[in-house]
Every structure is written in structure tokens, then in C-alpha cells.
Write a protein that binds this ligand. Structure first.
Ligand code: NAD
Ligand code: TYD
Length: 352
């Protein structure tokens, strides 16, 4: 593959940390720069296994800071950008939409501008890869799938901010010839997932015997993909995808929330040596999320047919691996839930 200097944004987060790990280990000749603001969702503990590798550098910074970003691009002369940094939680976007506008929209344009000015004379071998979500397509009824041609119809401030950033990325391709590629992925799960999202929240609450809050009637459907399979897709699309194209990534693995929570309870009863049915007693139906999308389901035929990707894990296997990871990494969970790690970062980086 030769030498390349790559910027990965949001590499201390859930998906970003898996992407950083894959690239650092698989491409020893690449110079990988992980830029992350370390918000509540960013955690360098996700990367302790690779943090000393000579092809890896962590930089703390904010993608909305234009001067800083321009200087960073000048300093490192990036050949490629894999952009994952974002505010990512729908519930937080309902209580505080502005953070989503700043980071997801303004942050993305700030990066696009820096790439455009760095690569203005020569775009050969350069690539700006924007990571997005299936939520931009809106909500499905009982039938059908999202394809790359599905019209955008975002319903939450989160998905609207991601949709906006996707449009801007494509506009830079058409208007300025910036070499871009976009992918839209379904819900991820796996190790290092922040315990505000459904699966890790349920695992944490089952472990600690807290109520399991199921929104509405628990009938909403999500299409779940193991995070390492998403990282593998990102690797393939970054290297083989066609500029200007969009690729949908999904697991053909649809679950009603309530069925998924029951499956988790069953797995965890077994792992924790509880009598079958014990954890399910914690299930509590709570007020539905405002504007709650009913169903997401991705058609990833294009990615499979054109670039040869397919998911590697069956869901039950992936879920069990995930539960095992949380049980073996209780200190990771405790650190996050106690807020200790945020205090640590504040001290560590307070001069920046
Ligand atoms: P995450 O919330 O776990 O991580 C986001 C990371 O971005 C954190 O490390 C955070 O510190 C960093 N960040 C936030 N604001 C920043 C800023 N202003 N400057 C620099 N860094 C900043 O998110 P995730 O679940 O890993 O999602 C990563 C990307 O993948 C997002 O773009 C998201 O929209 C997309 N995506 C997520 C899913 C999913 O199921 N989680 C599915 C499809 C697409
Ligand atoms: P989430 O993990 O927040 O992902 P997204 O909203 O981006 O799909 O939620 C997944 C599904 O689980 C969604 O339908 C909302 C539901 N949910 C609950 O029922 N209870 C919860 O505590 C959470 C966080 C989510």
C-alpha cells in the first residue's frame, strides 16, 4: 500500500477506536493520526493496546476550530481523512441540538475546507471519507430496505445534522472536485460502546440490577452490525471505493428492541449464573422517545457486489462476545459511569 499519512477523526470513540486499531495493526507503513476532542464519549482507554505503536499519534483537538485544523493539515500533509468525529446520540440531540449542529455540520465543513486547501494542486491518491448513518433515510414501515438511492428524510436533530454533513461532503465533490466517498451504516454494537446506547446500557443495568428502560412498546426495529465488521467495511471502502460514490453498510440483522432485550437477559442470566427469567424481571416500559423512528434496515448489496464485503459474525455470536467483553472489563464501565475518566482528562489536558 506504500506510505500514507492518514487523519482519523473521533478515533477515541466507539467505532473510531476499532477503525484506528485495525489501521494501526494492518498498515504498519501508514502514519495514523487520531484527532479527538475527548468529549464525554471519547476515551483513550479504548486504545491502550496500540497507543505505543510507532505509526500512531494521538492529537487532542476540536474539528470545529478552523485555525487549528488548517495548521494540523499543514503540519501532517495528510493523504487521506477518515472522518468519524460526531455527536452521536439521538436522545442527547433532542435535549441539546446545537452541539450536533456545531460538531456534525460545522466540524465537517471545517475538515472539508482544510482538505480542499491542502489538496488544491493535486488530488492524486487523496481521499476524504465521511462516515455516516442509515438514520439519514428516515423511518421504514414494516417492509422494504434503505438503498443508496433512498431519498433523505431525517427525523431527529442527530440524523438531520448527519444528513446535512453528507450533503456538504457530496457538494464538495461536485463543486470543487474533492475526492470524497461516503458510507451509511446501520446500528453498531460491540466492545467499547458507550453505555448510553441500547445494548451497553442494558448490559450495564443487568449487571448492576437496575431497571431496563424500554421506550414505548419496544416494537421499534434496528438492524445491528458488529463494530469490527463496520471497521472492515471502512477499510475496504477507503481503499477500493469509487470517488463520489456512497455505500450502504448493514447486517441484514433486524431486531425488535424488546426481543433484543429479552435475548440479552437470557444470555446474561446464563453468564451470571442467575435462574432463567431473573434479568427479564428488570424490564420497564418507559415514555417513548420523541419522533422515534420505527424501523431501519439496510440493503448493502452494492458494497457486497462491487467491493466484496460481507458481515463476518452471526448476531448471537457477536452479542455473546460483547457481553463477555463487558463482564471482563468492568473497570472500563465503572470508570465511565463514575465520571472519573473525564476528571482525569481535564487534569491531563487542561493546558491545551
Ligand atoms: P461516539 O459518540 O462513540 O464517538 C464520537 C467521537 O467523536 C468521540 O471520541 C468524541 O470525543 C469525538 N468528538 C465529538 N465531537 C468532537 C469534536 N468537535 N472534535 C473532535 N472530536 C470530537 O460515536 P460512534 O458511535 O463511534 O460513531 C462514530 C461515527 O459513526 C459518527 O459519525 C456516527 O454518526 C457514525 N455512525 C455511528 C453508528 C452507531 O451505531 N454508533 C452507526 C452508523 C454511523
Ligand atoms: P440507540 O442505541 O440510542 O440507537 P439509535 O436511536 O441511534 O437507533 O437506540 C436503539 C433503539 O433502542 C431505539 O429504538 C431506541 C431504543 N432504546 C430504548 O428502548 N431504551 C433505551 O434506554 C435506549 C438508550 C434506547
Amino acid at each position: 500500500m506504500g506510505n500514507k499519512t492518514l487523519l482519523i477523526t473521533g478515533g477515541a470513540g466507539f467505532i473510531g477506536s476499532h477503525v484506528v486499531r485495525l489501521f494501526v495493526n494492518k498498515y504498519p507503513d501508514y502514519n495514523i493520526i487520531n484527532l479527538d476532542k475527548l468529549t464525554y464519549a471519547g476515551n483513550l482507554q479504548n486504545l491502550t493496546d496500540i497507543e505505543k505503536n510507532t505509526n500512531y499519534t494521538f492529537v487532542k483537538g476540536d474539528i470545529t476550530d478552523g485555525d487549528f485544523i488548517q495548521k494540523l493539515f499543514q503540519q501532517y500533509q495528510f493523504d487521506g481523512v477518515i472522518h468519524l468525529a460526531a455527536e452521536s446520540h439521538v436522545d442527547r440531540s433532542i435535549s441539546n441540538p446545537m452541539e450536533f449542529v456545531y460538531t456534525n455540520i460545522i466540524g465537517t465543513v471545517t475538515l472539508l475546507n482544510a482538505a480542499r486547501s491542502l489538496w488544491k494542486d493535486n488530488t492524486d491518491g487523496k481521499r476524504f471519507y465521511h462516515i455516516s448513518t442509515d438514520e439519514v433515510y428516515g423511518s421504514l414501515g414494516e417492509e422494504g430496505f434503505f438503498t443508496e438511492e433512498t431519498a433523505y428524510d431525517p427525523r431527529s436533530p442527530y440524523s438531520a445534522s448527519k444528513a446535512s454533513s453528507d450533503h456538504l461532503v457530496r457538494a464538495y465533490f461536485h463543486t470543487f472536485g474533492l475526492p470524497v466517498v461516503v458510507s451509511n451504516c446501520s446500528n453498531n454494537y460491540g466492545p467499547n460502546h458507550f453505555p448510553e446506547k441500547l445494548i451497553p446500557l442494558m448490559i450495564n443495568n443487568i449487571m448492576t440490577n437496575k431497571p431496563l428502560p424500554v421506550y414505548g412498546e419496544g416494537k421499534n426495529v434496528r438492524d445491528w452490525l458488529y463494530v469490527v465488521d463496520h471497521a472492515r467495511a471502512i477499510d475496504i471502502i477507503f481503499h477500493k471505493g469509487v470517488n463520489g460514490e456512497t455505500y450502504n453498510i448493514g447486517g441484514y440483522n433486524e431486531w425488535k428492541n424488546i426481543d433484543l432485550v429479552h435475548l440479552l437477559c437470557k444470555i446474561m442470566d446464563k453468564k451470571l449464573g442467575r435462574t432463567p427469567g431473573t434479568s427479564a424481571q428488570l424490564i420497564t416500559y418507559v415514555k417513548d422517545r420523541a419522533g422515534h423512528d420505527l424501523r431501519y434496515a439496510i440493503d448493502s448489496t452494492k458494497l457486497t457486489a462491487e467491493l466484496g464485503w460481507k458481515p463476518s459474525l452471526q448476531f448471537e455470536e457477536g452479542l455473546e462476545k460483547t457481553v463477555d467483553w463487558y463482564l471482563a472489563n468492568e473497570s472500563w464501565l465503572k470508570n465511565i459511569t463514575s465520571g472519573d475518566y473525564l476528571k482525569y482528562y481535564e487534569q491531563q489536558y487542561h493546558n491545551r
